[in-house]
Design a protein around this ligand. Structure first.
Ligand code: MTE
Ligand code: MO
Length: 258
């Protein structure tokens, strides 16, 4: 998959810029038999390196108006046929409510007007899909951090789950419903927003109307569209097939950082 290639390239850059310090650490690692096993596991090394070098709180690059893509293509679900979603869409999302529940002291049920009244952020960012395409758009939405503060996360909350309105794969057990999850570092990242507008217009259905996640330090499949419910949890095992997201349940990595 292109992700791991990118990560290896990134790792080379990271190692090169970290210079002698890392090289001497690597020399020590290779000197021990256990160290060789660690180095043979590219995945293990990548994870370790990410923990060492990535500042998870750094901002994703922002672009100018001139950079906005005229051909940002919608991907995955583009017009959900699920009954509940169709009913909401038919009424122009007037009855839409975002439910915020799980490990919170104050569960919320917010209309689009409520969401628009929350602290907002606008950003022009690049969306990178693992399929190998990228597009730039301007997103406006409610910042997730202040919203979670309003719901008062309990101290044992560790992940934020996004339950979506679309079934991407028809399965008997319902595991084909799209969902995603992020940790609290990404949830409180200043560029993490629940977007209701794209390129200064109401978010269109193909791109996730009425509400989609922008979590700008992550790959495309983490950008959950058609968000119906946000749940705070301490563990991801009870959701879907237990890996924290629709694509994660089908083999993609949960931490899709870029
Ligand atoms: N609910 C939902 N969210 C989703 C998907 C989906 O199929 N359903 N596809 C994901 C993938 S793989 C990508 S690349 C982006 C596509 O966003 P776009 O349609 O705005 O281009 O949405 C992500 N979020
Ligand atoms: Mo994607």
């Amino acid at each position: 998959m292109t992700v791991s290639t990118d990560r290896r390239t990134w790792l080379q850059v990271a190692l090169a810029s970290a210079g002698a310090l890392v090289l001497s650490a690597c020399d020590r690692i290779t000197a021990s038999p256990k160290g060789v096993a660690v180095l043979q596991s590219a995945e293990g090394l990548t994870r370790r390196a990410q923990r060492l070098f990535i500042d998870r709180r750094a901002l994703a690059r922002e672009f100018s108006h001139a950079d906005i893509s005229s051909d940002f293509r919608p991907n995955g679900s583009i017009d959900p046929t699920d009954d509940d979603y169709v009913a909401l869409k038919t009424k122009g999302f007037a009855d839409y409510r975002l439910v915020v529940d799980g490990l919170v002291d104050k569960p919320l049920s917010l209309s689009l007007a409520d969401l628009r009244a929350l602290p907002a952020r606008t950003q022009i960012t690049r969306h990178d899909c693992v399929e190998g395409w990228s597009s730039i758009a301007k997103w406006t939405g409610a910042r997730l951090g202040p919203l979670l503060d309003q719901a008062k996360l309990k101290s044992n909350a560790r992940y934020i789950v996004f339950h979506c309105g679309d079934t991407l794969e028809q399965t008997l057990d319902g595991s084909g419903q799209y969902y995603e999850s992020i940790d609290l570092i990404d949830a409180y990242h200043p560029q993490t927003i629940l977007a209701y507008a794209m390129n200064d217009r109401v978010l269109p259905v193909p791109h996730g109307a009425p509400l989609r996640l922008r979590v700008e330090r992550q790959l495309g499949y983490k950008q959950a569209k058609y968000i119906m419910r946000i749940e705070a949890v301490d563990d991801l095992k009870h959701l879907g097939r237990g890996n924290g997201g629709f694509w994660e349940d089908r083999g993609y990595e949960w931490y899709a950082g870029i």
